[in-house]
Design a protein around this ligand. Structure first.
Ligand code: F6P
Length: 350
């Protein structure tokens, strides 16, 4: 009987998802293994909505953006009594020998629990533009998002110069400042604000004052959406939490632009890059990177080494236990922050 492997893509999409499916599918089809794609992440496997992927599409699938399988934020451990038995039934109904979950911390966290608690033969592939998964140097999608954010800041410079304005450019990344930090450094931003460091409005204005005194007509400040802003030792950011108990994010660039305009009389504007950072085709690096991560996942399946994830460490494609990837969120390290110290806005005391 032909071996069959299931695949799903969960959580927010990221450029390179199709390349990961492609890398996985190509390697499996060389071994005569059928790849069964579930629709819309965990929703598809819970509802047993699946179809066999035609290997013919692997020629050019890696070039395309988004995910050909669809994605959703469905999460099986929200109602495990209902969802887990359904997942187990789908795996049986589809006659699967393994399941490959391509996703970030939520998707891979669920995959890890399925492996540990329900004995499902699972393999993971690390995806997220946020780059906040541990045990891998990078996740695919991250550098495509950095490219979009960098180009946006590059392009904004001319209009900022024309009108002598400060631009606060809000980048995605949830509670990690990776996209903002890489794009901010790449674009030569006058300041970078990340969740890993509290943003004090007094210190921000002080730095911008220096920039203006040095004769600059414009300033670009890269702001991570998860940055929390402080004024006179009081946190101004919302204390509202989302369904996961995390601080609600977004809107910080707009608040900062208003505060800086009012305090400094320097015309300040904001731009939220939003989902453009996930849109479009993956850059060449992410296509190749995701193809390789997908191919490594296929090898793990073939070798029956389950409960593991493909990863990049020191530039090499390796595999690691899923437990290591999901144990802790990977945020900007002190080493990174220190190295690019001059780009990060001074923080003052909390
Ligand atoms: O985790 C990826 C991500 O793009 C975050 O950077 C962002 O905060 C979030 O997803 C947006 O989610 P949604 O697509 O549900 O608005």
């Amino acid at each position: 009987m032909t071996a069959r492997v299931g695949v799903l893509t969960g959580g927010g999409d990221a450029p390179g998802l199709n390349a990961a499916i492609c890398g996985l599918g190509r390697r499996l089809s060389e071994r005569g293994v059928e790849l069964v794609g579930f629709s819309d992440g965990w929703r598809g496997i819970i509802e047993n909505e699946a179809s066999v992927i035609d290997p013919k599409i692997f020629q050019r699938l890696h070039v395309t953006g988004g995910t050909s399988l669809g994605s959703s934020n469905a999460y099986p451990y929200r109602d495990p009594e209902v969802s887990i038995p359904k997942i187990l039934r789908s795996i049986e109904a589809q006659r699967l020998d393994a399941l490959v979950a391509i996703g970030g911390e939520g998707t891979l966290g669920a995959a890890h629990r399925l492996y540990q608690e329900a004995g499902v033969p699972v393999v993971g592939v690390p995806k997220t533009i946020d780059n906040d998964l541990d045990a891998t140097d990078f996740t695919f999608g991250f550098f495509s998002a950095v490219e979009v954010a960098t180009r946006a800041m590059d392009d904004l410079r001319s209009t900022a110069e024309s009108h002598s304005r400060v631009f606060f450019v809000e980048c995605m990344g949830r509670h990690a400042g990776w996209i903002t930090a890489y794009a901010g450094v790449a674009a030569g931003a006058e300041g970078i604000l990340v969740p890993e460091r509290p943003a004090h409005i007094e210190a921000i204005c002080e730095r911008l004052e220096q920039v203006r005194d040095d004769g600059a007509r414009s300033a670009i400040v890269a702001v991570a959406e998860g940055t929390r802003v402080w004024e006179d030792g009081v946190c101004l950011s919302t204390e509202e939490r989302d369904e996961w108990g995390e601080f609600k994010i977004g809107g910080v660039a707009d608040r900062l632009a208003g505060m800086v305009s009012a305090r400094m009389g320097w015309d300040a504007r904001s731009l939220v890059l939003g989902h453009m950072q996930r849109a479009g085709q993956p850059i060449a690096f992410d296509r190749i990177f995701a193809l390789r991560l997908g191919a490594r996942a296929a090898r793990l399946v073939i070798e029956k080494r389950f409960g593991r994830m493909s990863a990049m460490q020191a530039g090499e494609i390796v595999d690691v236990p899923l437990s290591e990837a999901v144990a802790e969120r990977k945020v900007l390290t002190d080493k990174f922050l220190d190295k690019y110290e001059s780009f990060f806005l001074p923080i003052g005391g909390m």
